[in-house]
Ligand binder design. Structure first.
Ligand code: SAM
Length: 317
């Protein structure tokens, strides 16, 4: 489908749960989430129906996200069903990686093509600090498991946080020399309740190119990241700049939250419910939601917070 600003909408991000086994400071509050009633969340059948309706409207790429999608007990089955939907050509999944040692191979078998694994630091203490509860070794074991499972592509997502991990840019980027993976640095977004970060935490992506003048620009791959490569590396370095240089004109995505709200724009408070609808209801509702997608997400900065009114774990990053 083409939206009212001429953008071809081909990418759905489906959040399958708000729950997570970590508590990343920029993503969710320390005490987790106020657990919503089971009956208010989309069922597996509704999620698959939503994917079918979205695919009928031209969605060909699906990202399964959360919360942490791998805490969902039916995740493998859900990925299998979603990847079998006609028209869905690529299924990607975003995870913190800690449960991949058990789940990487079954997910690959269930039709997941690509994985994004979140990793903000290579320092054990800092990992525990940023995730509040996590163990770095578990995330690293998850990356190893993903590499063995034979995904088409593995990307590491690193949120750039001034005063926290800007001293690790080179060592995180060096992962692309050691492994056949991409590392993407993503600007910290000022979400509703994204922790206690001060203005110094919100650094622009250009810090990465300033720090590593040896980076060689490479052509974009159709995604929103500006791509570079280190000499002799096996993977690319991606820079994603939702704050300092928005990419709304190229935005081809819509989101559906775990409680069944379509979000045509990540940073808008507009939400349209599909909970309880059948296929035809979802088809009509997704179609009209796409037509309400705004031209851009509005100013974003430390003082101009996102208008999403939800934390990332309740939207799906
Ligand atoms: N639990 C999974 C994970 O850790 O990747 C998937 C959900 S998480 C919300 C998806 C992505 O959103 C992660 O890469 C995370 O780093 C990113 N994210 C969350 N809050 C963010 C923020 N305030 N700014 C930038 N990225 C954020």
């Amino acid at each position: 489908m083409i939206d009212t600003y001429g953008r071809k909408i081909t990418y759905l991000r489906l959040s399958v749960t708000e729950l997570c086994n970590l508590r990343c400071r920029y993503c969710m509050p320390e005490d987790g989430v106020c657990k919503k009633k089971h009956e208010d969340m989309l069922t597996q059948e509704e999620m698959v129906t939503a994917v079918r309706a979205a695919a009928a409207l031209g969605i060909s790429k699906l990202r399964i996200t959360g919360g942490e999608p791998l805490v969902k007990s039916n995740i493998v089955d859900l990925c299998h069903e979603a990847s079998s939907v006609p028209g869905i050509r690529e299924v990607c999944l975003t995870t913190n990686g800690t449960m991949l040692p058990k789940l990487a191979a079954p997910l690959r078998k269930a039709g997941v093509n690509r994985l994004n694994i979140s990793l903000d630091t290579l320092d054990e203490k800092k990992y525990r600090y940023i995730t509040r509860v996590g163990m770095l070794q578990e995330a690293l074991a998850g990356i190893e498991a993903a590499l063995s499972a034979g995904f088409d592509k593995i990307k590491i997502n690193t949120v750039l946080i001034g005063g926290f991990n800007d001293d690790e840019i080179e060592s995180l980027a060096a992962l692309t020399r050691r492994y056949p993976i991409d590392v993407r640095f993503i600007e910290l977004m000022p979400m509703y309740d994204s922790g206690d970060f001060g203005p110094e935490a919100f650094i622009p992506y250009t810090v990465v190119t300033d720090r590593m003048p040896e980076l060689i620009p490479v052509p974009a791959d159709g995604g929103v990241a500006k791509l570079y490569r280190l000499p002799d590396a096996q993977g690319n370095i991606g820079l994603i700049s939702p704050v300092s240089a928005h990419f709304c004109t190229e935005c081809n995505r819509i989101r559906i939250t775990a409680d069944g709200k379509i979000k045509p724009c990540l940073h808008s408070s507009d939400e349209i419910s599909i909970k309880g609808m059948d296929y035809n209801g979802m088809l009509d509702t997704i179609r009209s939601a796409i037509l309400t997608k705004p031209q851009w997400h509005g100013e974003l900065s430390y003082s101009e917070r996102s208008r999403a009114n939800r934390n990332m774990n309740q939207i799906g990053g």
